[in-house]
Ligand binder design. Structure first.
Ligand SMILES: CC(C)(COP(=O)(O)OP(=O)(O)OC[C@H]1O[C@@H](n2cnc3c(N)ncnc32)[C@H](O)[C@@H]1OP(=O)(O)O)[C@@H](O)C(=O)NCCC(=O)NCCS
Length: 225
């Protein structure tokens, strides 16, 4: 059976104290080191992700143990950052996961029983967050900067956010994240199939994510060779 992508947007919410117990020690330790606002968003995303994963697998959320993979630190239940994943009763759960937070929302993607070698990345962006001096130089390739040159105001911010979401989705899929400089990753649209040379990368419309219309999103689902 072809690997089937499921996408879900979760609106902003505050995790009640008793629900925090659903999370594992390393997740709660990481939350402890965060500023209050960031911590609330982090906890909401992690609880939403755990419930999403449990629903896809048809198990209880409490049966899962968070098991992250960082390109620098490795993989294991003691790692609470990097690519998300879970153990199910001690064995790797047969599930690809990706998460992104924007404007208090959490965007989740999952694939159960993925084909061998398949990788997943998702990203949501708030165009308002791209409104700063230096964005173009840090994030965009020269060709992308030229593409946006005629845009101003809201259209410019949306154009920037669109490219930024594609880049982060792609870099989560490859697993390197921002260890790869985003201004070296060209994600310009090239025909109907999405950016050239980046199979499986595409924009996600609000009708597919359930995110508010002002946010943009992209997904990458591909075999990472
Ligand atoms: C991945 C990354 C681009 C996301 O940045 P962001 O825009 O701030 O955040 P988003 O809300 O869109 O996504 C956050 C999620 O990305 C995922 N993520 C983080 N690193 C990831 C990686 N290497 N591969 C795939 N997904 C990753 C996690 O699920 C994270 O959720 P969490 O906060 O619950 O842990 C950025 O965090 C990054 O580059 N991280 C890796 C940097 C690195 O490797 N550092 C070495 C640490 S030792």
């Amino acid at each position: 059976m072809a690997s089937h992508l499921v996408v879900r947007a979760c609106p902003p919410f505050r995790v009640p104290g008793d629900e925090r117990a659903l999370l594992d020690g390393p997740e709660l330790e990481r939350a402890q080191a965060m500023a209050a606002r960031t911590r609330e968003d982090f906890l909401a995303g992690r609880v939403a992700q755990r419930r999403f994963a449990a629903g896809l697998l048809g198990v209880e959320a409490s049966d899962l143990t968070a098991c992250y993979s960082c390109p620098r630190c490795g993989t294991g239940a003691e790692i609470s950052h990097g690519r998300p994943g879970y153990l199910l009763r001690g064995a790797p759960a047969p599930l690809l996961l990706s998460l992104s937070r924007a404007a208090g929302w959490t965007l989740l993607a999952g694939v159960v029983d993925p084909d061998p070698g398949l990788r997943l990345g998702i990203d949501a962006e708030d165009p308002a967050r791209t409104d700063f001096e230096g964005f173009d130089a840090v994030v965009l390739t020269p060709a992308e900067q030229a593409d946006l040159a005629g845009l101003h105001g809201a259209a410019l911010l949306r154009g920037r956010a669109r490219l930024w979401a594609r880049k982060e989705a792609w870099l989560k899929m490859t697993g390197t994240g921002l260890r790869t400089a985003p201004n070296t990753v060209d994600v310009r649209q090239d025909g109907q199939d999405g950016p050239a040379g980046r199979p499986g990368l595409r924009d996600l419309p609000g009708s597919e994510t359930g995110l508010p219309a002002e946010l943009v999103a992209a997904v990458a689902l591909a075999v990472n060779s």
